[in-house]
Design a protein around this ligand. Sequence first.
Ligand SMILES: [Zn+2]
Ligand SMILES: [Zn+2]
Length: 81
Amino acid sequence: MAVFICSKCGSMVESTSTPSGVGCPAGGSHLWYRICSSGGVAPKSGTKAYQCRKCGKIVYCTTTPAGVGCPSGGSHLWIRL
Ligand SMILES: [Zn+2]
Ligand SMILES: [Zn+2]
């Protein structure tokens, strides 16, 4: 499953396609970025844990997640846990 993060509110969701933008708690619509094409928001077999040093989010992904869409601004700085 792919993992998306909203760069405005920091929500992370697993989805096969871009999630609905409705109802971002930060106001307006979510602004989703795909940070992992195969992984999840909870540990799964075959995935490794990565944490962003800037926003503190943890994602479980088979490869290093993409840098796009850090809620703290700019690119994520993923550190393997
Ligand atoms: Zn949002
Ligand atoms: Zn980040």
